[in-house]
Design a protein around this ligand. Structure first.
Ligand code: GDP
Length: 304
């Protein structure tokens, strides 16, 4: 239901175009595939992903001996789900890597404005409503107002925020966050970080220092490094993902503002081109508008 609502812009343009295509072509031929290619590229599925998808579709259509364009619609949705999973289904596993009876540390990375703070607030709310004790750490000590903004979210969803003053060392704040989370026996610690991308070397140094501090306190942590990307920025999101995965080990993507774009196909491009699973999606501005990413529900949302 959330997917259906949140994807309404993408669905509108995507399924209208697909229906139009199916109506125009009664038979599935080379021209049909060419036009389909255009529809998929327009939805930001990404050129190389589209090529893979079209190849798969052609093979499947041949294998099943499908000639009717109406029939090919269901094959398209099947293949969209398949392309998300790729060859390594395990690796595409949805859901966050949560520790059973221990503190789970999740590090959030991403450039300013993508929805990082909002996502942390939403996730804190979601985990809290599952009965978990959640704490936040204001590791973005660089951007003016970032600490205040996270504190506001802390108040709003009623979770404690560990913070230092602006300009202080992010690794030191996160160290304090871990110490506090351990002593309060929290279940989850969500850590914000600065989102400057201007200098990759700085970014890399800052993130690796933060990770070192976390690892020293808790082996195997951080349990997730989530890169937050804004779906409305399309292919730009893809290039941000490339930069961040060069700077640090990104374990999952949070794709925000899917409700604000007609180009939701970017989910598939990210997964297919970078091999990083999309773990969470933002489908609106409300605190409850963060959802675990579910490829089936997503594709269903595109066609429903
Ligand atoms: P940050 O700079 O990365 O921390 O970004 P913010 O969390 O401040 O978010 C920037 C803007 O994006 C805010 O106005 C949010 O309400 C908005 N936003 C975040 N996630 C979503 C989403 O999933 N859908 C929509 N429509 N807006 C979102």
């Amino acid at each position: 239901y959330k997917y259906k609502e949140g994807l309404s812009k993408t669905r509108k343009s995507f399924s209208e175009k697909i229906n139009d295509l199916v109506a125009r072509y009664r038979k599935v031929d080379e021209d049909f595939f060419e036009d389909l290619e255009e529809v998929l590229i327009a939805a930001d599925v990404g050129v190389s992903t589209v090529m893979d998808l079209i190849d798969e579709l052609k093979m499947e259509v041949k294998r099943r001996n499908i000639s009717d364009s109406q029939e090919v619609k269901s094959v398209i949705s099947e293949k969209l789900v398949d392309i998300y999973y790729g060859e390594d289904e395990e690796d595409a596993a949805v859901g966050l890597n949560m520790q059973e009876n221990d503190l789970t540390v999740i590090l959030f990375v991403g450039v300013n404005g993508v929805g990082k703070t909002t996502t942390i607030g939403k996730l804190a709310h979601q985990l809290k409503s599952e009965g978990k004790k959640v704490m936040l750490t204001a590791g973005d000590t660089f951007r003016a107002g970032a600490i205040e903004q996270l504190s506001e979210w802390g108040k709003r969803v009623d979770v404690e925020v560990i913070k230092h003053s602006e300009g202080s060392d992010p690794a030191a704040v996160i160290y304090d966050g871990i110490r506090a989370a351990k002593s309060r026996q929290a279940d989850v610690l969500l850590c914000d970080t600065a989102g400057r991308l201007q200098n990759k070397v700085n970014l890399m140094n800052e993130l690796s220092k933060v990770k070192r501090v976390i690892e020293r306190e808790i082996p195997n942590a951080p349990h997730e490094v989530l890169l937050v990307l804004d779906a409305t920025t399309g292919q730009n999101a893809l290039s941000q993902a490339k930069t961040f995965s060069e700077a640090t080990n990104v374990s999952g993507i949070v794709l925000t503002k899917l409700d604000g774009t007609a180009k939701g196909g970017i989910v598939l491009a990210i997964r297919n081109e970078l091999g990083i699973p999309v773990k969470l999606v933002g489908l609106g501005e409300k605190v409850t508008d963060l959802q675990n990413f579910d490829p089936q529900a997503f594709v269903y949302g595109l066609f429903a």
